[in-house]
Design a protein. Structure first.
Ligand SMILES: C[S@@+](CC[C@H](N)C(=O)[O-])C[C@H]1O[C@@H](n2cnc3c(N)ncnc32)[C@H](O)[C@@H]1O
Length: 255
């Protein structure tokens, strides 16, 4: 993108939100939390844009990338939480999966954490999943995969499992990310598919509009952002944990 298109974008934000404190704060957020990500990678990746495809369902949210610092904080905190409750479990095989990954920005961030053994993105829009694949080529490691599929359909999880061929399912801990990428029904179906296959799941939910669905499906809320309630929705998150272990209730009752 040229300097002029960046300036035009900032002017649009100000025209929309007003030339006041809030408007300028949104421009600064756009620079630091969105545009700087591609800039700091020498524009070898392309994540800072909005795409509004014609979807087959009004439940599907268009592409807009998550804020960099928020994704980092969510991953850091959930990994720290998990290692604190499973420090003695040497066989664990943690994977990161963005369920509606767009251009793959969260995958690029997750890759900076040496903790994850594999990283996956699932994206319904073919053009976006192609951009995601191109973005992943900027990485030196080769355990990152972008799958063009619908998170509501079995095929998405089956393809993911195909990449994890030799791994014992009991060893896998899934760190699933969702930036409010779809409505309640899609969330429910995708959760059921995850729970069918995996025994241990952390759900990193940014802008957790349908958080109740997680609680109704046997997930426990274990972490949340520390921002005040008036902060912009892009800074809000909750992290949930689900385990099929018989000790699930005891594990969470004091949290
Ligand atoms: C709000 S964006 C989030 C992008 C990315 N997770 C991030 O945080 O940077 C939502 C993305 O989810 C994708 N999406 C929406 N519904 C989907 C579905 N049913 N299956 C797979 N992807 C979906 C959209 O195409 C869009 O790219």
């Amino acid at each position: 993108m040229s300097v002029n298109s960046f300036l035009k974008n900032y002017r649009n934000i100000l025209n929309y939100h007003g030339y006041n404190f809030y408007g300028f704060k949104r421009v600064i957020d756009q620079i630091l939390e969105v545009d700087f990500f591609d800039f700091s990678r020498g524009h070898k990746v392309h994540t800072a844009f909005i795409k509004t495809p014609e979807y087959t369902s009004d439940q599907y949210m268009h592409y807009q990338p998550a804020y960099t610092s928020v994704v980092k904080e969510m991953i850091q905190l959930s990994v720290a939480y998990y290692t604190s409750i499973s420090y003695s479990d040497k066989s664990r095989f943690p994977i990161f999966v963005d369920l509606g990954c767009g251009s793959g920005k969260t995958l690029l961030i997750a890759e900076q954490f040496p903790y994850f053994k594999s990283i996956f993105g699932i994206e319904i829009d073919k053009e976006l999943s192609n951009i995601c694949e191109q973005n992943l080529q900027s990485l030196s490691s080769n355990n990152n995969f972008c799958i063009n599929a619908n998170v509501e359909e079995k095929q998405a999880i089956n393809e993911l499992l195909h990449f994890l061929d030799d791994t014992d399912i009991d060893d896998i801990t899934v760190f699933a990310f969702n930036k409010n990428s779809y409505g309640q029904k899609v969330l429910e179906s995708s959760l059921n598919l995850l729970k069918e296959k995996f025994n241990n799941i952390f759900y990193l939910y940014q802008n957790p509009v349908f958080g109740q669905v997680l609680l109704d499906n046997g997930f426990y809320e274990v972490l949340s952002d520390s921002k005040n309630s008036t902060v912009h929705k892009n800074y809000k998150y909750k992290i949930y944990h689900y385990t099929k272990s018989d000790h699930s209730h005891e594990l969470h009752k004091n949290k």
